[in-house]
Design a protein around this ligand. Structure first.
Ligand code: B12
Length: 315
């Protein structure tokens, strides 16, 4: 009887997730991700986390959801597409990565997950839950795999065999037992190495991890120092993040992710010409990028990126 109830609620959760416009939803049973923990630890020891020292903190919490929320039994993992057909117009303008086109995804996704939790509480009023999107030490891609959503490609990003990889991951920890999806055991990258061979800076390792010291996404988003001189010629105009490894991926060609209005590029940003980027004032930066993912870098770092991106176009 209990099991039948879990099954019914799991179906309802997935229906509600679809109603909330999520593109993917799977459910995993919580456990300690020891193997992932070992890989993460070695990766950090090798310095591959670059300046992101926070990835080394609380290693136990990072692999054990029970330490993020007492009594956690299930992880509902969702995917929300951010692919947008509309792009920047001026080919000479610095290039924004697609995930930064629209509203801040942390807010969009956490708010949808909270609505999902409210819905679950209609059925289970005492249920405890916590919603996360890139906001906690939770290995989100690994949980996506556990919830059956897909596999980590050579570029380390989670790929789904129906919609590709241009989606964000959001997770909801619950203290309920549910009906679990089968972890995704296959890896459909096969012998393909197109992402490794196409990465402008050679940042993709052989073991489904990347070297953040070389990754353009890290160097233009998380990095608080100057962009290394030897990287600038390889930026290819990129100003915030990088999509190369996903754009060349056969699983994204043709792109299968649909557009969501929240992640469609702001018209004024799409229309900005190269000169306007170069002369971007702090006021305009605040007006254009408030509540978007670009807010993660302060004005001076965005200007650093704009200079580097523009000079990379001369090589
Ligand atoms: C730190 C971080 C970054 C860093 C480091 C990237 C990285 N690959 O680790 C930087 C700033 C570079 C970055 C860049 C980007 N990021 Co980011 N990032 C994160 C974050 C916060 C943590 C990732 C992490 O744990 N890294 C540590 C390393 C060691 O983990 P890993 O690479 O996944 O390695 C695992 C596999 O190798 C696996 N593994 C390999 N072999 C084997 C074998 C076995 C047997 C097992 C069990 C496991 C295993 O084990 C490792 C540990 O789990 C997550 C959010 C989160 N909380 O999870 C978002 C996240 C991964 N980022 C995301 C995005 C969108 C991006 C960008 C595309 C943004 C952009 N356009 O620029 C790029 C992509 C670059 C790339 N190729 O990774 C999304 C990815 C969504 C998806 N579909 O997968 C996430 C999930 C955020 C979100 N909530 O949506 N990111």
């Amino acid at each position: 009887m209990q099991q039948a109830g879990n099954k019914r609620l799991s179906v309802l959760i997935k229906q509600k997730a679809a109603e909330l416009d999520f593109d993917l939803c799977g459910i995993a049973k919580t456990k300690v991700l020891s193997e992932n923990g070992r890989i993460l630890e070695k990766w950090c020891e090798a310095g591959m986390n670059a300046g992101m020292s926070w990835l080394q903190r609380n290693p136990e919490r990072r692999i054990n959801p029970g330490l993020l929320m007492a009594g956690a039994k299930s992880v509902v993992v969702t995917g929300l597409c951010y692919y947008s057909e509309i792009k920047q117009k001026d080919p000479g303008a610095p290039l924004l990565s697609r995930y930064a086109y629209g509203l801040n995804y942390h807010d969009v996704i956490t708010s949808k997950l909270e609505k999902l939790l409210d819905f679950i509480r209609i059925h289970e009023p005492d249920c405890e839950g916590k919603a996360f999107c890139d906001s906690a030490p939770l290995l989100e891609k690994a949980w996506g795999r556990q919830a059956g959503l897909g596999w980590q490609g050579r570029h380390s990003i989670l790929i789904n065999n129906k919609i590709g990889s241009f989606f964000f991951i959001g997770s909801l920890l619950l203290d309920l037992e549910l009906d679990y999806d089968t972890p995704f055991e296959q890896n459909y990258c096969g012998t393909c190495r197109v992402c490794i061979d196409s990465c402008p800076t050679g940042a993709i390792n052989e073991n489904h991890t990347i070297d953040a010291r070389k990754c353009i996404a890290n160097l233009t988003i998380e990095n608080r120092g100057p962009i290394p001189e030897d990287i600038i010629p390889k930026l290819g105009g990129r100003v915030y993040g990088c999509d190369t490894c996903q754009e060349v991926c056969p699983w994204n060609n043709p792109p299968k992710c649909r557009s969501h209005p929240e992640f469609t590029i702001n018209k004024e940003v799409a229309d900005m010409r190269r000169e306007e980027w170069l002369s971007l004032s702090q006021e305009r930066y605040i007006r254009l990028f408030r509540n978007t993912s670009v807010e993660r870098v302060k004005y001076s770092d965005l200007m650093r990126n704009i200079d580097a991106a523009i000079s990379s176009m001369d090589y």
